[in-house]
Write a new protein. Structure first.
Length: 204
């Protein structure tokens, strides 16, 4: 039996790692073992300075592949709000000035949208996923349209999930089950678009 091909996901977020594992299992792709940054020797991680999600995802995937010698998947994702001209965008995780402070980021976003009427609160989650393996690079993008609520709701998910109601839903993305979110989310869509390339790795 051939050993599974280890693939690094350039993240320490266990929810992101589990999401890719579930999507691979759902597609019946075996022969790939997903590992996170905590499972490889530390290496210098370049700051996310790209102007687009695609640039940031590709830079992270290149760094991970170069440092570990493993195929590397990286994503960069965020929220693009229509009334804010597509912001916070690539600045989503540090919108409030503190990286990864979900509560502060959500509070600031709600304050900025306080005077925006319901019919103009459109937004979309965007995810770019990059795979760098054996000298090849693939970048995919997924989008998830919806609207921004006036107060947070739900305990599942992270980031702006408690404020985001996907199109066609009455619940926020923080109220969806992991399976429901995988099926519809921006990252789920971008990761599924990577499946042909990951299937090739599994067969390599």
């Amino acid at each position: 039996m051939t050993a599974a091909r280890r693939v690094l996901v350039a993240s320490r977020n266990t929810k992101k790692l589990d999401e890719l594992r579930r999507i691979l299992a759902e597609a019946g792709i075996e022969g790939v073992e997903i590992v996170g940054l905590d499972e490889v020797p530390p290496y210098p991680e370049a700051p996310e300075t790209g102007a687009t999600f695609e640039e940031n995802a590709l830079a992270k995937a290149r760094d991970g592949a170069a440092a570990t010698g493993l195929p590397c998947v990286a994503d960069d994702s965020g929220l693009a709000v229509d009334a804010l001209n597509g912001m916070p965008g690539v600045l989503s995780a540090r919108w409030s000035g503190r990286h990864g402070d979900d509560t502060a980021n959500n509070d600031l976003l709600l304050a900025q949208l306080s005077d925006v009427p319901d019919e103009r609160r459109g937004a979309r989650f965007v995810s770019a996923c990059a795979l760098v393996a054996d000298g090849h690079e693939v970048v995919t993008v997924g989008e998830w349209p919806g609207v921004i609520r006036r107060e947070p709701l739900g305990d599942n998910g992270f980031g702006y999930d408690p404020l985001f109601v996907p199109d066609g839903e009455t619940r926020t993305s923080a109220q969806l089950t992991p399976a429901e979110k995988d099926a519809a989310s921006h990252r789920g869509r971008a990761l599924r678009a990577l499946l042909p390339a990951l299937a090739e790795l599994a067969g390599a």
